[in-house]
Design a protein around this ligand. Structure first.
Ligand SMILES: [Zn+2]
Length: 397
């Protein structure tokens, strides 16, 4: 009888586990590998690719459907795939979105790191364009692909050329390395810079790179800045999301920029632990910057009257940035999101200092993103150096 019951328990356990696995699989559906017919081949088996369903129609056009990794989710449908044909031909492509609206405009890779806009139309939330296809795969994506290896290369290059020491911060849900760059001084003040919480937001990456490079440049201003401040840079916090071609989330289906302070995800927790250690060793977090992309160029700041120190610091930085960039409108949007797990809010609430979400527009001119980031760093450094040490924060951390 006992054996019988135990067996029964085993069976119910197995059935429940199977059911859970099936449900998980259903909700975190793996993207398709592409499709192939009539001498036309769509491939989405590469890092950053995303195609959820794909068919080649009788008339030789491609119909792709894009779905989110899980829901609810921020409305940012991401797609990336390659297309080739046995004989050269122009292939019409239609991209349909489930669970989201058209956001990213199609681009085609024309050389190793060079992408061009594709002529397109959007009708009733369906994106249409044509690709001049040949036997050589053409890569098409919602934005330029900036992938894991690009970060590895950039991290190595800047650590070779500067005082930023490259090491492993830890691993993502799926075991991908998350690298950190650390500049240390004798002082105890720390600036925290992070990026790529959200996989498709590559214009944020295009800003983070020149911003950090400017902080590490061999200029009088940058030397003074680095003499005083320790710097932590984690350029890519969500390597799994990037790898999977996710719209927004990590491999567990979580928005990392809703996890700060909660730290239920390994990626955010790695930085949370690092910050705790800084403080334990007598360090002080004095500023946080988080690089993203959205539909326009905007700097999300904390409100003027928020209890952070010193008052007016971010305002005076952005004022100097505006003075330096006459043709660019520095849009500042103060706001709070208490308890929502946003990095900016977490830094402000935990350390009573300023933090900013640095957002570049999806379609902002790429050269302008670079110029603004350099100007932003050149104005950030004196703004920070001018603050007396005691002024950052009077509250014990
Ligand atoms: Zn974002």
């Amino acid at each position: 009888m006992i054996t019988h019951l135990t067996r029964l328990r085993h069976w119910s356990f197995l059935i429940i586990v199977t059911l859970i696995l099936w449900l998980l699989n259903y909700h975190m559906a793996l993207a398709s590998d592409g499709c192939s017919a009539l001498g036309i081949k769509v491939n989405s088996r590469f890092e950053g690719a995303r195609v959820d369903h794909c068919i080649i129609t009788q008339s030789g056009s491609v119909k792709i459907t894009i779905e989110p990794e899980n829901e609810p989710i921020n409305d940012s449908p991401w797609y990336a795939f390659s297309l080739r044909t046995e004989t050269p031909q122009t292939v019409p492509v239609a991209i349909h979105y489930h669970g989201g609206k058209q956001r990213y405009l199609p681009k085609i890779r024309v050389a190793e790191k060079s992408w061009q806009a594709l002529t397109h139309q959007v009708d009733d939330n369906v994106l249409h364009f044509s690709v001049k296809a040949t036997a050589q795969p053409k890569y098409i994506a919602g934005q330029e692909l900036i992938l894991f290896e690009d970060y590895v290369h950039w991290n190595k290059t800047i650590s070779d050329a500067s005082s930023l020491a490259l090491s492993l911060l830890g691993k993502s849900v799926q075991g991908r390395p998350i690298q950190k760059l650390v500049h240390r001084t004798d002082g105890n003040e720390w600036i925290i810079i992070i990026g790529r919480q959200h996989p498709p937001e590559v214009t944020g990456a295009m800003a983070l790179f020149p911003f950090v490079q400017t902080l590490m440049a061999d200029t009088e201003q940058a030397n003074a800045f680095r003499n005083r401040f320790n710097i932590l840079v984690v350029p890519m916090l969500n390597p799994d999301g990037v790898h999977l071609g996710n719209w927004r989330h990590n491999a567990n289906g979580f928005d990392l920029n809703r996890d700060w302070g909660k730290f239920v995800q390994p990626e955010t927790r790695l930085i949370g632990d690092f910050l705790n250690n800084i403080v334990k060793e007598g360090g002080r977090i004095v500023y946080g910057l988080d690089f993203h992309s959205t539909r326009r160029d905007v700097f999300y700041t904390m409100p003027e009257d928020y209890p952070i120190k010193p008052a007016g610091l971010t305002q005076s930085w952005l004022d100097s940035l505006q003075n330096l960039t006459a043709d660019f409108d520095v849009v500042q949007q103060p706001g709070t999101s208490p308890g929502r797990g946003v990095f900016k809010q977490f830094i402000a609430d935990t350390y009573q200092v300023h933090a900013i979400t640095y957002e570049m527009g999806d379609d902002t001119d790429r050269a302008l993103i670079n110029d603004i980031a350099i100007a932003a760093a050149e104005t950030f450094m004196p703004a920070m150096v001018n603050v007396p040490q005691h002024a950052f924060n009077s509250v014990p951390q």
